[in-house]
Ligand binder design. Structure first.
Ligand SMILES: Cc1cc2nc3c(=O)[nH]c(=O)nc-3n(C[C@H](O)[C@H](O)[C@H](O)COP(=O)(O)OP(=O)(O)OC[C@H]3O[C@@H](n4cnc5c(N)ncnc54)[C@H](O)[C@@H]3O)c2cc1C
Length: 390
């Protein structure tokens, strides 16, 4: 007879969100079983950048969440150790026109009103920070609080620590159904058997809608493809994370910043660049709605490379050694979907983080642990409720 497992809490999804939820739940002494259909970090969290940015967040609750998360990252860096490659060297947002500079100036004011200091930089100030900047660049803005992390290493360390604190992890374990009886979650059915549990957290990234349908709830998360190029390593020279105003436009839909040409518009192209601890540069990225296809495309890779040398011409001297694409779990407004579901006790959502899942993982893990174990979170998560879409 098939063995029936049980767990106090089942977490579905071994990406950065599921691993952070499992970590914080385990830290609170919960008995956690994390189930992952493929392998740990095999989804978006293993195919992304590690920007912990603030200048790109929506003003208000989203930015507040990101600030809280950044605070937790400083703690986590101590607990998880140097492997996660957390570095807080600031972030540079580059502008290629005076119109873009105007938008950055307005945003700097708004960010300051929300407690985030951003320094506006003319071209000479910018060059003193980033001498190798391209001719088209007219200036930028710098936020000293912004940071970066190695997302893959982060997920692996979170899972490792959760296991040390007692969590169990099943990979190759796909959730196929969730049984609800008397308005409460009772069982999780997987390809590896049945798990009895009264509490389930859905952190299934782009698989969240499928999970929602198992309890007859629509979770509006769509896959948005992002492509990235990886260059050969070079001596450490780039400390801050660097990105372009057009990236902010592609991400937030701010019209004044959306890319000018048709191909860039179609691909949702926006320049991002970070140098990893091993010296490679990660160059991004695109924002495409192409279903569940995770392949890179010649058109996308060419556009990313051409765009990157506009901003940092030295990149043209480096060979591209690898490329990959990931699927952002995109919600209709780009903000995460956190909280409970009406009529189904014991079911919790931690999904829809769109282009910000790495940045928001620690705070999501902490908030969900509070919610699952105490019935309420310290932070106000009402703005991230599923029901804002109804
Ligand atoms: C190109 C690119 C660049 C990005 N850059 C950044 C950045 O710089 N900063 C930032 O903050 N964010 C960034 N993001 C966004 C970030 O990667 C995502 O928000 C984050 O990884 C989402 O994490 P997740 O755990 O929700 O999803 P995932 O990492 O996709 O994990 C979900 C997991 O659930 C599993 N799963 C699905 N269905 C089932 C099922 N039925 N049963 C069991 N398991 C299941 C999947 O196999 C998967 O492993 C980027 C994304 C991309 C694509």
């Amino acid at each position: 007879m098939e063995e029936i497992l049980s767990a106090e809490v089942v977490v579905i999804g071994g990406g950065v969100i599921g691993s952070a939820v499992a970590f914080y739940l385990s830290r609170e002494g919960a008995e956690v079983l994390l189930v992952e259909a493929e392998d740990i970090a095999s989804g978006a969290s293993g195919a992304c950048d590690g920007f912990l940015s603030l200048q790109t967040k929506s003003l208000g609750p989203h930015l507040h969440l990101a600030l809280e998360s950044l605070g937790l990252y400083r703690e986590l860096a101590g607990e998880l150790g140097p492997d996660i490659e957390f570095r807080q060297e600031g972030g540079l947002l580059l502008a290629t026109s005076q119109d873009q500079m105007k938008v950055l100036k307005e945003r700097a004011k708004e960010l300051a009103d929300h407690g985030v200091e951003v320094e506006l930089l003319g071209i000479s100030e910018l060059k003193s920070m980033l001498p190798e900047v391209g001719k088209e660049v007219k200036g930028g803005s710098f936020c000293a609080l912004e940071a970066q992390v190695n997302p893959l290493a982060l997920v692996l360390r979170l899972v490792e620590r959760a296991k040390e604190m007692g969590a169990r992890v099943m990979t190759g374990c796909r959730v196929e159904n969730i049984v609800v009886a008397n308005d409460r979650v009772r069982e999780v059915h997987t390809n590896s058997g049945v798990i009895r549990s009264r509490r389930v957290v859905c952190a299934a990234g782009v698989g969240s809608n499928e999970i929602g349908h198992m309890i007859i709830v629509d979770v509006p998360v769509l896959p948005q493809k992002g492509q990235i190029l990886v260059t050969e390593p070079r001596d450490q020279s780039l400390k801050p994370i660097v990105y372009a105003a057009e990236y902010l436009g592609a991400k937030t839909g701010l019209e004044a910043l959306t890319p000018g040409d048709e191909v860039a518009m179609k691909l949702g192209l926006g320049f991002t660049c970070e140098q990893t601890v091993s010296g490679n540069f990660l160059l991004g990225s695109t924002r495409e709605f192409a279903g569940f296809d995770r392949n890179t495309t010649p058109e996308g890779m060419k556009a990313i490379a051409a765009n990157a040398v506009r901003y940092l011409p030295f990149l043209g001297d480096l060979d591209v050694i690898r490329s990959f694409a990931g699927l952002r779990p995109c919600s209709p407004d780009g903000l995460p979907i956190l909280g409970t579901v009406k009529g189904v006790k014991g079911f919790f959502l931690a999904t829809g983080h769109s282009g910000d899942g790495v940045s928001l993982a620690p705070v999501t893990g902490k908030v969900l642990a509070d919610l699952v174990l105490d019935g309420k979170a310290e932070l106000d998560i009402a703005p991230f409720s599923l029901y804002r879409f109804k």
